[in-house]
Write a protein of this length. Sequence first.
Length: 126
Amino acid sequence: MDLVLIATETQPPVAKILDFNKFLYQENKKKSAAKAKSKKSELKEVRIGPSVGMGDVNRYLTRAKEWLEDGNRVKVTVSMRGRENLFPDKAFEKIDLFTEGLEEVAKPEDVAKRLGNMISIVFIAK
């Protein structure tokens, strides 16, 4: 058994007689339980093509807003196939639509990047 100071700032200081190793074990167990209950941020992805219609864009925008409100990050990917690779400006227009639609709830983590035949951008909640 050990004498452990619990609150040193009070007058008189509060001390307990207890098994110190057991006390440390219980404190670590409380910390790990709190850590397990905390929600980790996930990366959700929306994949579209450059020729997708406005109705689909609006549907994906509302879904992305829900994900951002839940604390997740959202990655928007526009994948181009075949002759669509000749017109990357259409894909960047779709990225701009998402940037404008999500500007009130999110901000882009970085600028849109082109990797091969895909252009992607990641949004994080404000």
